[in-house]
Write a protein that binds this ligand. Structure first.
Ligand code: GDP
Length: 195
């Protein structure tokens, strides 16, 4: 994918702020700190268009990034940050749920899971929930550079089993450090990005 332009559009706190038009959107879901911002930056060859957060859970909005003036990456609020009060968490869940279940131009969700650790309960719940709503899913295992190559299959197996990954759901090994998985991921996204 040749990136001609990449622009941060808005941190939306409600549906009225979502971009108009009907261009395809690819959302990213995952725990705080799993590497969502880093993945966006790597995919579009920018050092820090997407904010990489040193304070996990601070991003409580839907962040829209317009790529090549033709589609959007939508960074969802990271879940699983224990310090966030329950009512705030409930509010986010509702907000995310509305976006995921009602947004027509949402074409697929990248679910990010840290390759080093088994998926959390929330990861599993999110993965099942997306499946339930029939939203196309791609699992991206992040921070692959932190594990030696020989151990990748073992870690992928743990994740595959915990998520009960169906055969038709792709899983991509990714590293924002090395660029591992970037071309593969663009290849998987391509069919969703046509008009
Ligand atoms: P987010 O909260 O999901 O947006 O996570 P960030 O993109 O802000 O990343 C959280 C931390 O993990 C940062 O310190 C990143 O530099 C680091 N990180 C993210 N992706 C990778 C990766 O692929 N490899 C390594 N080694 N570190 C990563």
């Amino acid at each position: 994918m040749i990136i001609r332009s990449a622009e941060f559009i808005i941190s939306a706190v409600g549906p009225k702020q979502y971009p108009e038009g009907n261009q395809p959107e690819i959302a990213l879901a995952g725990r705080s700190n799993v590497g969502k911002s880093s993945l966006i930056n790597k995919m579009i060859n920018r050092k820090n268009l997407a904010r990489t957060s040193s304070t996990p859970g601070k991003t409580q909005t839907l962040n829209f990034y317009h790529i090549n003036e033709s589609f959007y990456f939508v960074d969802l609020p990271g879940y699983g940050f224990a310090k966030v009060p329950k009512p705030v968490q409930a509010q986010w869940s509702k907000f995310i749920e509305q976006y995921l279940s009602k947004r027509d131009c949402l074409k697929a969700v990248l679910q990010l899971v840290d390759l080093r650790h088994p998926p959390s309960k929330e990861d599993i719940h999110m993965f099942e929930w997306l499946g339930h709503f029939g939203i196309p899913r791609i699992v991206v295992t992040t921070k692959a550079d932190k594990i030696s190559r020989g151990h990748w299959p073992k870690h992928q197996k743990v994740i595959r089993q915990a998520l009960q990954l169906p055969k038709n759901v792709p899983m991509v090994l990714f590293s924002s450090e090395t660029g591992q998985g970037k071309d593969e991921l663009w290849g998987l996204l391509a069919p969703y990005l046509v008009g």
